[in-house]
Design a protein around this ligand. Structure first.
Ligand code: ADP
Length: 733
């Protein structure tokens, strides 16, 4: 009876152990599970044997106990794992084959006497046991057992000799357990005991195996986490226990960190010298004490980049390091960042080049304006003083040519302003009728000169008092009308002004210019508003132009939030239509626009100033410019002094109290600004002398610039006679 309890106890314990292991194992390790299953099955066989009533039952139970004959192979495999010895597959196959032969032998015991010559059922205190006379088959088993024991020892010995950091403790414990089991087996055979001791030894080795598993967390050996990554080409996976001991790694990990093959789980601590561990310690220490349970970083290893994630394993049982080869993406990213940088540099260079170009154009315009100022001024004097019709005719041509030159320079300047984003819309109150009249007065003689009919139709109900940039609208209309005149050989030009009420207090004006000119080809329409683009160059070879006019016009219209459209038929003519919305500032219609009064209409009589008491100092480093002012003002009665430099001006201002100074800006040595400041310091009374900037610096914002720097007024060169008189007359004492 006591023996039954004994066997039952062994069987129950084995089952409990099996469940315990299954419960603990999250990542099932086949080797471990098989080991415990075979132990339990074999012990169950021993229980059945003890309970069997007949010889036949006892023989069957005996066959079941032989499932334990697979344990040596499992122990060899476990040992080789702990020793980091990779057994060749043929060796494993051979071991399994030899054991299979053994299994066949044991299965044949009822039919042959190769394994047992004779068998009887014995009883010992009511417990059944087999009395056997061994045959040669049994000897085969004994030899196999000894061979397997030796092979296991060999594996351990090999690893001790060849490998570092072998799990000595684990391997020794396992080997001792194995040896005890084998010895018990042999002891039984020699002593012919009635009681089976093998189940006890199986229990012993199971307990030892369990201790090893728990201590080294081998039940978790990573067949789960790591094996997922085994087949994935770009992934490296390393699993560590909570003391940073290496638990498992995949093939890629060994390729990246060859030292992992040298480090073993049983090595008490990591090998500090290894690259892997110095890296891992660095990453894990980030999350070990910190609040974060995960770290994600791009880590360079050699010439590759790894997207590395370090995670704390569930229940803080250690860490998992996953590294994804992200080199391609990272390289592309770096390339992209580099490209962005290059692009930024290129953009900056282009912007600088554009700025330099705009500055160059502004400088050129300044330089060209100075001599034109002299030409225009002197030419005006010729026109005014000469009675010789031939000479005035020539002077007339000069006036025309300088006018064209000025408009060209203004176009270039406008273009540079637009490019630099500096073109401003300056809105003031103006009269539509006066604006239309001044445009028509300028354009109709040009049309007449080409024998073209010039018709103007203005809707009389349009409001007359508007608010907007009159000069820019004039510029738009003159550009379009000039083109109509230029590109029409015969026929007419029809200028129409119409409109319709926009929102409250505003009107949308519609200016259209129809001509019977050469028209534009469909394929050229796309280039119409491009800068420096001239169309139909074969036909237009003799027509002057730069290809800037429409580009500027379009940009000004856009800036005013208006619209510019073209309808054209090649060979027949074109209609350019501009729509612009303007605020209405007062009552009154355009009505009979040709005859309404306007302050805009300049008197045909040249204005002059009669103020001999007014002392004016004109400062310019260019003698010709001084001459121009002197001559322009020769009809007026004023006291003029001329200074050829800043220093000269200061000298003259010391001697005389002036009522007005006309001051050039750019002069060698002392420029206009400094000269003004020094003159003002000469005497407290000079603080309030009005200074008028007289400069060829006509870039946008110049007027504000000079007014902000202490000048009272601003006149750009070439000087327009009426403007000059108007400004001076403001300061007559
Ligand atoms: P351009 O200084 O050459 O006149 P624009 O920018 O004013 O430059 O015009 C660009 C081109 O558009 C011109 O060269 C011309 O070929 C075409 N163009 C402009 N207006 C007309 C028109 N009314 N009829 C026919 N072609 C025109």
């Amino acid at each position: 009876m006591g023996i039954i309890v004994y066997y039952s106890f062994c069987a129950v314990c084995s089952l409990v152990l099996l469940f315990l292991i299954l419960f603990l194992i999250k990542q099932h390790n086949a080797l471990h599970i098989l080991f415990f299953i075979f132990v339990c099955a074999a012990n169950f066989g021993y229980l059945l044997l003890a309970l069997s009533r007949t010889l036949s039952e006892a023989l069957l139970a005996n066959q079941i106990t032989y499932l334990g004959s697979f344990l040596p192979i499992l122990i060899i495999l476990a040992n080789s794992q702990f020793c980091k010895v990779k057994l060749p597959r043929p060796v494993i196959a051979l071991l399994l084959g030899l054991n299979a032969v053994q299994l066949v032998l044991i299965l044949s015991i009822r039919y042959s006497d190769v394994y047992y010559r004779e068998t009887y059922l014995g009883k010992f205190h009511g417990i059944s046991y087999l009395i056997k006379e061994y045959g040669p088959g049994h000897t085969y088993y004994l030899v196999l057992l000894v061979a397997e024991t030796l092979f296991s020892a060999l594996v351990v010995l090999y690893s001790i000799l060849k490998k570092k950091n072998v799990a000595y403790l684990t391997v020794s414990v396992l080997s001792i357990g194995f040896l005890i089991t084998v010895m018990v087996f042999f002891l039984e055979r020699i002593t012919k005991l009635e009681v089976e001791l093998v189940p006890v030894s199986y229990m012993l080795i199971s307990i030892l195996y369990l201790i090893i598993s728990y201590r080294d967390q081998t039940y978790d050996i990573g067949t789960g986490i790591v094996s997922v990554y085994e087949e994935q080409k770009n992934y490296v996976c390393i699993s560590l226990d909570r003391d940073l001991r290496l638990m498992d790694y995949n093939k890629n990990a060994a390729l990246l960190y060859p030292e992992v093959d040298e480090v073993h789980i049983d090595s008490a601590r990591y090998n500090k010298a290894s690259n892997l561990y110095s890296d891992i310690i660095l990453w894990v220490s980030h999350i070990r004490d910190g609040a974060d349970s995960e770290l994600e970083k791009i880590i360079p290893v050699g010439d590759r980049f790894y997207k590395t994630t370090v995670r704390i394993r569930p229940r803080k049982r250690g860490y998992v390091v996953e590294m994804m080869d992200d080199t391609e993406f990272q390289n592309n990213l770096q390339l992209m960042v580099q490209n962005m940088k290059d692009l930024k540099v290129a953009e900056q260079t282009a912007m600088e080049a554009s700025r330099a170009k705009s500055q160059f154009l502004a400088n050129m315009s300044h330089e060209i304006r100075t001599p034109i100022n002299a030409i225009m001024g002197m030419n005006e004097m010729i026109l005014r003083t000469s009675d010789d019709t031939r000479i005035t005719e020539y002077a007339g041509y000069i006036e025309e040519a300088t006018g064209s030159l000025m408009s060209l320079i203004n176009d270039i300047l406008d273009f540079s302003k637009i490019e630099a984003g500096k073109m401003e819309i300056v809105e003031t109150q103006y009269r539509l009728s006066a604006m239309i009249r001044s445009v028509v007065q300028m354009m109709s003689p040009r049309a007449q000169a080409k024998d073209l009919t010039f018709r103007t139709t203005v809707s009389p109900s349009l409001p007359d008092k508007l608010f907007g940039d009159e000069n820019r609208i004039k510029q738009i209309l003159i550009n379009i009308l000039s083109n109509a005149v230029k590109y029409t050989r015969k026929g007419y030009i029809h200028f129409q002004v119409d409109g319709e009420p926009a929102e409250e207090g505003a009107v949308t004006l519609k200016f259209s210019v129809t001509d019977t000119g050469i028209g534009i080809k469909d394929e050229d329409m796309g280039k119409l508003f491009e800068t420096f683009e001239r169309l139909d160059s074969q036909n237009n070879r003799n027509i002057e132009g730069t290809g800037l006019g429409l580009a500027i016009t379009k940009r000004i219209v856009d800036k005013m939030e208006g619209d510019l459209t073209v309808e054209t038929e090649y060979g027949k003519g074109s209609t350019f239509t501009v729509t612009l919305t303007q605020r209405v500032t007062g009552v009154g219609n355009v009505g009979d626009w040709e005859h309404t009064d306007s302050h805009e209409v300049r008197s045909k009589v040249r204005p002059t100033i009669k103020a001999p008491q007014m002392k004016i100092l004109v400062v310019d480093d260019n003698r010709m410019n001084l001459k121009v002012i002197e001559k322009l003002l020769s009809d007026s009665e004023l006291t003029l002094d001329m200074a050829i430099s800043g220093q000269d001006a200061i000298g003259k201002a010391t001697a005389t109290d002036y009522h007005l100074v006309l001051m050039d800006h750019y002069m060698p040595d002392l420029d206009g600004l400094s000269t003004m400041q020094q003159i003002r310091k000469l005497n407290p009374a000079y603080e309030n002398i009005p200074f008028v900037a007289l400069t060829a610096n006509a870039i946008s914002g110049s007027e504000e610039f000079y007014k902000n720097h202490g000048f009272s007024d601003y006149l750009s060169k070439p000087v327009i006679y009426n403007d000059l008189i108007e400004v001076i007359s403001k300061y007559v004492p």
